[in-house]
Design a protein around this ligand. Structure first.
Ligand code: GLN
Length: 537
């Protein structure tokens, strides 16, 4: 342990989508690789209490932690890079903090005072930050949004004040900024970064490290200029070059090459520990060696929002490490026609989770095609529910449905659980977080997991209706995963199909770079065998 907890505050400048989450996660990974205990906190300045009620169009994927928090997708990066479970207190929003503030005010806790952003709101923010640092060597606190956003101001004020909670030398302000390449001038430009550092200093935060997101390498002269105008030493200007759609797991190695970890130790006046990045290097190399490239379809309705299926994409990437197959993801918009044509050249199909009826007909069509054409299939959450509705209809229950789409269906194969019927609020009222799942021996699930009990994460309101178990079993469905406490179906698979596995949970949330998820690996392996067979035909 270092003597006093250190805090790294990560802010972003110029534009959003700079990959602040990946950078923060990479810094966490680098420090962990040097034996430090790292805490992570993502602060989101929006007024939603959590992102659970936000559409993926607004926000991308909602990531679910083991303890059942609906969080920002950056927590997914943190977990994947640190190979650790985070929890409810690893993500806080402005909405959550205001909610707490107003509840306290109503209880009279402020004893007649005028309740204000400074100090009352900022005090609550600082308390959350301290909590993230409890029992840790370093806490990395990422502030969402861009410096200059109105909503972000109380948070920046809080991190400015935070230096008085400890000592300035225990605090590191890391600013991530864009250094854009201007094609017409064939040059990269440092001015936006200079301006965003100025903005930060106006607020009273002097950045210690500037991370430059760039498409082109920085020259020594450009580094000097940024250093001068942002008031940091030249070696505190760190280049973070685009890895594009490529391998984000290279980022810790790139930052290490820029000596970022050494710089952090120097700033904190802590002797650098020996770093152990061997595993990263080996895995990055391994992830770039594959014997085959396969097309896997992800068929959903949020296909044009890049971030909506982030964890699935990452899980497929991790699968390369287990299968030596590189996956090219083909997003299929299930509201389009000609779905069958879109499956041409595809070796496996994923129907992911989702909410609401729009796009479900197309998803069921995809489920039917995968079932009949023997294409390896992984149904996730809504994907499982729809695959079972589709089968029920095909097996004779023409009006079968999920109560989510038709509450009056005579055959609710997917149903609302009686104990959930009193729900009035939409936020945070689902079956959320990690639950046990008993795996039935001799099944594809058992083969994939090689374990008799697993824990997987959930986020849904509806469940498979046990009244229909026998009906499905008679028609060749095996229920291969069951939640032991409540006897709920967690996994269904098909007997006479090369690999058709549908799960009520979200395996993608537990796949890690260091530990690819067994279901994704088994699915990709099945897709590989199909491709190999097709080649031989
Ligand atoms: N809409 C479905 C439910 O609430 C599935 C949710 C999901 O796919 N995450 O049960």
């Amino acid at each position: 342990m270092v003597k006093k907890t250190k805090y790294i505050f990560v802010t972003g400048g110029v534009v959003s989508s700079l990959g602040k989450g990946i950078t923060s996660a990479s810094v966490g990974a680098l420090l962990k690789a040097r034996g430090l205990k790292v805490g992570m906190l993502k602060i989101d300045p929006y007024l939603n209490v959590d992102p659970g009620t936000m559409s993926p169009y607004q926000h991308g994927e909602v990531f679910v932690t083991e303890d059942g928090a609906e969080t920002d997708l950056d927590l997914g990066h943190y977990e994947r890079f640190l190979n650790e479970n985070l929890n409810k207190s690893s993500n806080v929003t402005a909405g959550e903090i205001y909610d707490e503030l107003i509840r306290r005010e109503r209880k009279g806790e402020y004893l007649g005072k005028t309740v204000q952003v400074v100090p009352h709101l900022t005090d609550l923010i600082k308390a959350k930050i301290k909590k993230a640092g409890r029992n840790k060597d370093v806490a990395i606190v990422e502030i969402g949004g861009t410096v200059g956003d109105i909503e972000g101001l109380p948070f920046l004020e809080a991190i400015r004040q935070f230096k008085y909670e400890t000592e300035r030398k225990n605090i590191l302000y890391m600013h991530i900024s864009l250094v854009p390449y201007i094609k017409a001038a064939d040059e990269i430009k440092t001015k936006p970064t200079q301006h965003s550092a100025i903005k930060l200093r106006e607020i009273g935060i002097d950045p210690d490290i500037i991370i430059c997101r760039t498409e082109k390498h920085l020259t020594s002269g450009q580094r000097e200029k940024i250093a001068l105008f942002c008031d940091v030493p030249k070696d505190a200007v760190i280049e973070e070059i685009d890895v594009g759609e490529g391998n984000i797991y290279k980022v810790p190695l790139l930052l290490h090459r820029e000596k970022l970890d050494r710089l952090i130790f120097r700033h904190f006046s802590v002797l650098p520990r020996r770093q152990n990045l061997k595993k990263w290097e080996t895995l990055v190399r391994k992830s770039e060696k594959f014997s085959q490239v396969l097309n896997i379809a992800v068929a959903g309705k949020y296909t044009f929002v890049r971030d909506a299926y982030k964890s699935i994409k990452e899980a497929l990437f991790h699968a390369t490490l287990a299968t030596r197959v590189k996956v090219r993801v083909r997003y299929i918009d299930t509201e389009k026609r000609n779905l069958a044509d879109q499956l041409n050249g595809v070796s496996g199909v994923i129907v992911p989770g989702g909410f609401g009826e729009r796009g479900t007909r197309g998803k069921m069509k995809i489920c039917a095609l995968a079932r009949k054409k023997e294409i390896p299939f992984l149904g996730i959450c809504l994907g499982m529910q729809l695959s079972l509705v589709e089968m029920a209809r095909a097996f004779g229950l023409k009006q079968a449905d999920s109560q989510e789409f038709n509450p009056a269906t005579p055959h609710p194969v997917i149903a609302f659980l009686p104990e959930q019927k009193k729900i009035e609020n939409k936020g945070g009222t689902m079956r959320l977080g990690g639950f046990a799942c008993k795996i039935i021996p001799g099944t594809k699930a058992a083969e994939a997991y090689g374990k008799s009990v697993v824990f997987e994460r959930h986020r849904h309101r509806y469940e498979f209706n046990n009244d229909y178990r026998e009906f499905f079993e008679r028609n060749g469905v095996i229920f291969s995963g069951i939640n032991p406490e409540r006897n709920l179906v967690e996994i269904a698979e098909l007997k006479n199909h090369p690999w058709f596995v549908a799960v009520q949970f979200h395996p993608e949330f537990k796949s890690r770079f260091f530990e690819p998820h067994p279901l994704f690996s088994a699915f990709v392996s099945a897709a590989k065998s199909r491709k190999t067979k097709a080649g031989r035909r």
